[in-house]
Design a protein around this ligand. Structure first.
Ligand code: ADP
Ligand code: ADP
Length: 228
């Protein structure tokens, strides 16, 4: 469970990025975060990942107020939240297999487990035949699949996707969203910020809409609601 209670964030330049944000996301939900550029979407995701700390308010992840986490406990939070970015952020000098294995090596997983687990997630994202390729040898959609595999290899309970289809064409975007939807159906909570109007309108999932740092809509089976 994720719960924002009265969360505001004022950056050093005095810009109030989000103000008095309140919402609860239950385990297993699929949520779209929408709104114009500058509305506060990335700030909310950064607050959830503890890359930023709110100016006021509390943020609970599984009943724990993450705004009060000690520095040494932050890695445990991050282990429980997989992240996917618009620009993939894969390591260019590692193969697909190595990019995914690296996420397990960082948390000191057993080599035996790594050898079993990496092929499993590669198969889940449909890239078993690309294990030995380098990121530059892959299409954008394939690179995003690798980054999704890397994000879920540690079995996080939450997957955050920050405009994951922003660099992809419409058909490829759909494939990525279907993959995220499949991962969600297996039990992972998914939060995706996006400008992809058609996708949001067709999926009929929960939509939290932001404008100028405020939640202006929070609807189950919602729509994008802005001009694309
Ligand atoms: P979105 O992701 O919806 O485009 P952001 O959360 O990135 O919105 O930005 C919300 C507001 O906060 C904007 O006015 C933006 O310029 C400002 N902002 C974002 N990050 C920073 C930062 N690190 N320092 C100062 N202002 C920031
Ligand atoms: P499910 O969630 O049942 O697996 P999908 O994720 O395949 O369904 O699709 C969810 C919604 O998106 C459906 O309404 C489907 O018609 C629509 N959709 C799927 N793929 C496309 C596409 N390439 N273009 C337009 N709409 C699509």
């Amino acid at each position: 469970m994720i719960k924002f209670v009265g969360v505001s964030k004022k950056y050093k330049n005095e810009i109030i990025a989000v103000s008095n944000i309140n919402f609860t996301i239950d385990n297993g939900e699929f949520v779209f975060l929408v709104g114009p550029s500058g509305a506060g979407k990335s700030t909310i995701l950064k607050l959830l990942l503890r890359e930023e700390i709110p100016t006021t308010g509390s943020i609970f992840v599984d009943k724990k107020d993450i705004t009060k986490l000690k520095r040494r406990d932050v890695p445990y939070l991050r282990r429980n939240i997989g992240v996917v970015f618009q620009d993939f952020k894969l390591l260019p000098n590692k193969t697909v297999y190595e990019n995914i294995a690296f996420a397990l090596q960082i948390v000191e997983a057993e080599p035996k487990y790594i050898r079993r687990r990496v092929p499993m997630v590669l198969s889940l994202v449909g890239l078993s035949d690309r294990a030995n390729s380098y990121p530059q040898q892959l299409s954008g959609g394939e690179q995003q699949r690798v980054s999704i595999a890397r994000a879920i290899v540690n079995e996080p309970s939450i997957l955050v996707a920050d405009e994951p289809t922003g660099n992809l064409d419409p058909d490829t975007s759909w494939e990525i969203v279907k993959l995220l939807s499949e991962i969600n159906k297996r039990g992972t909570t998914v939060i995706m910020s996006t400008h992809a109007k058609d996708i949001v309108d067709s999926m009929k999932k929960r939509v939290i809409a932001l404008e100028r740092g405020n939640i202006v809509r929070d609807e189950m089976r919602g729509a994008y609601g802005y001009e694309a």
